[in-house]
Design a protein around this ligand. Structure first.
Ligand SMILES: Nc1ncnc2c1ncn2[C@@H]1O[C@H](COP(=O)(O)OP(=O)(O)OP(=O)(O)O)[C@@H](O)[C@H]1O
Ligand SMILES: [Mg+2]
Length: 386
């Protein structure tokens, strides 16, 4: 069996191990510390720095293919791995579009893919430029660091020119910025597809994602009330982007649904939070699909296993002792599936997720929300309005 190496030891690598077990594929991870989420469950976990070239090269020795659990491995390092003959999937050229939001915007616009209005922010002294951008596209506007963001870190909404002054401070810290119009979206959607080197593609149902404070808290599959046409359009768009960019593995396309149609927010080329529901809710989980794709195996069926699947993220609450709260959640609803990531609980940190399946959407949402809220707050959840 070929060895798959995954750089990064977070929960995505951890859940990839779950799929690797069933496939019989040996997985190796490069984790930052022995107690990283994935390092705790992968027997072939190497500890090192996935931002350091030497560590990456040592890690790749003996891997048949290298893939990634996040976007933060520097592109030039991936190019060096490729030059050393290590198949990286996705490759550095494709991955650049998930690593740098300006590169992504420019490429997608070039392909005629609808995106929010955007511009690179000049440095230094961006104030006049941002004021002009705000006059043209309206306030608030959205500032984003081109690289390194996740879970809304790296996104600032500025309501007026005064608030846009945050750009000066960020630039002084060395952060490159782009600016976008603030899209008055109806809701957020995500399209998840896989593409293999052979060129096979597979698309999951389009989901609705709900973010709070920049963090995804809930995913509903399929997106309720989405017309067949719009769903097909979103799937084709994602498959086309995967093909044009030469993506191998999974591609998640985060979308805004607006009055005027779909706009692309951003791309991720790895298993994605919007696809965790597939573990129970689809014939092939996104983690298995990613492994199949990077190994150039035939892709698995994306057929849903229930009319609706709802995933809710479990965030850390005030009391880090989550375990006692399990009992209630499991007793309350034996059908809810609980996934914990082996991460220390801190307030607001993603420490797990729950999934519920069923035919009655309101009920399925309530079950998933109840389980996630209870795991976070316990009985005190009643006092916490979401
Ligand atoms: N142009 C925009 N207009 C309105 N809201 C936006 C815009 N860009 C981003 N947002 C909001 O901020 C959230 C986070 O933005 P984005 O996905 O770019 O950041 P991120 O930190 O890279 O996210 P992720 O957690 O997906 O890695 C989006 O899901 C959306 O809710
Ligand atoms: Mg995002």
């Amino acid at each position: 069996m070929p060895v798959v190496g995954m750089a990064g030891g977070g929960q995505l690598a951890r859940m990839t191990q779950q799929a690797a077990i069933a496939l019989g594929v040996p997985l190796r991870v490069l984790a930052g510390a022995p107690d990283d989420s994935a390092a705790k469950v992968v027997s072939d976990a190497r500890v090192g720095n996935d931002r350091a070239l030497d560590d990456l090269l040592a890690f790749a020795q003996g891997c048949d293919v290298v893939t990634f659990d996040h976007e933060h491995v520097p592109g030039p390092h991936i190019q060096k791995l490729e030059a050393a003959g290590v198949p990286c999937r996705p490759g550095s050229a494709a991955l650049a579009h998930a690593q740098d939001k300006l590169v992504m915007r420019e490429r997608l616009s070039g392909l005629g893919v609808p995106c929010p209005a955007y511009a690179p922010v000049p440095s230094p002294d961006p104030a006049a430029f941002l004021e002009a951008f705000g006059r043209e596209h309206g306030w608030p506007l959205v500032l984003k660091s081109t690289r390194g963001g996740y879970d809304g870190k790296g996104v600032w909404v500025a309501g007026d020119p005064e608030e846009a002054r945050v750009a000066d401070r960020l630039q002084a810290e060395g952060v490159d910025l782009l600016v976008e119009e603030h899209v008055p979206f109806r809701r957020e959607l995500a399209a998840l597809v896989a593409r293999s080197p052979y060129g096979q593609g597979a698309a999951y149902p389009i989901v609705e994602t709900v973010q709070e404070g920049g963090i995804c808290v809930e995913v509903i599959s399929p997106a309720p009330g989405l017309s067949k046409d719009l769903a097909a359009e979103a799937q084709s768009l994602a498959l086309r982007v995967a093909e044009e960019l030469g993506v191998v593995g999974l591609l998640a396309v985060e979308l805004f649904e607006t009055e005027g149609g779909l706009l692309v927010n951003e791309l991720a080329m790895r298993p994605h939070n919007s696809g965790h529901w597939t573990i129970e809710g689809a014939r092939t989980s996104q983690f298995e699909q990613h492994l199949r794709a990077v190994l150039d195996l035939p892709l698995g069926s994306t057929e849903p296993t229930a009319p609706y699947a709802v995933m809710a993220n479990v965030l850390g609450g005030d009391d880090p002792e989550v375990y006692p709260r399990y009992i209630h959640v499991m007793a309350h609803d034996p059908g809810v599936k609980v996934h914990m990531y082996g991460k220390e609980s801190r307030p607001g940190r993603k420490i797990g997720h729950v999934t519920a399946l069923g035919a009655d959407l309101a009920e399925v949402r309530e079950r998933a929300r109840h389980a996630a809220d209870y795991l976070r707050w316990g009985p005190a959840m009643k006092d916490r309005a979401r």
